[in-house]
Design a protein around this ligand. Structure first.
Ligand SMILES: [Zn+2]
Length: 155
């Protein structure tokens, strides 16, 4: 128990250090395009597919989280359903990363759905990669969190 706690603290410290040094090294795009007129996003179909993967994985994770909470009131989803959902949800993560790694902002060439810093310049409130994914899934206009360029999926 004590050793597990020490391992957790060390892992948390390493993670915090990694995030901080990553943030320090991240190069923000020089050009602020937040006041430029919206553009049509070129890889709309792949972006939508990736966005659906993100939505499915986040809904799966949310159901698993609620199911975990239900254990404490001695009720939970059938084990087979919960296990299958967990496998599917976990399997969606590398699919998302693979697809998202092919989607870049044509203006600043940063990944439009991969967040490389905790504070992208144009990610106000909850406007990070998850917000971009949900906006794309709902076919709403979205903004590149790095350079601020606004995009629509069709005009
Ligand atoms: Zn951009």
């Amino acid at each position: 128990m004590g050793e597990g706690f020490i391992v957790l603290v060390v892992l948390a410290a390493i993670t915090a250090f990694g995030v901080a040094s990553n943030d320090a090294q991240f190069q923000h795009p020089k050009e602020d395009r937040s006041r430029f007129p919206p553009k049509r996003y070129p890889n709309a179909e792949r972006l939508k597919l990736t966005a659906y993967v993100v939505v499915a994985a986040s809904v799966g994770a949310l159901v698993e989280l609620v199911n975990f909470g239900l254990i404490f009131v001695e009720a939970s989803l059938p084990a087979m359903f919960s296990f299958t959902l967990l496998i599917v949800t976990v399997a969606l993560v590398p699919i998302y990363v693979l697809l998202a790694s092919t989607l870049r902002c044509p203006c600043c060439s940063q990944h439009i759905l991969l967040q490389h810093t905790t504070h992208p310049k144009h990610a106000k409130n909850l406007n990070g990669w998850l917000s971009t994914a949900y906006r794309a899934a709902l076919r709403q206009p979205f903004q590149c969190m790095y350079c601020g360029q606004k995009y629509v999926l069709k005009i």
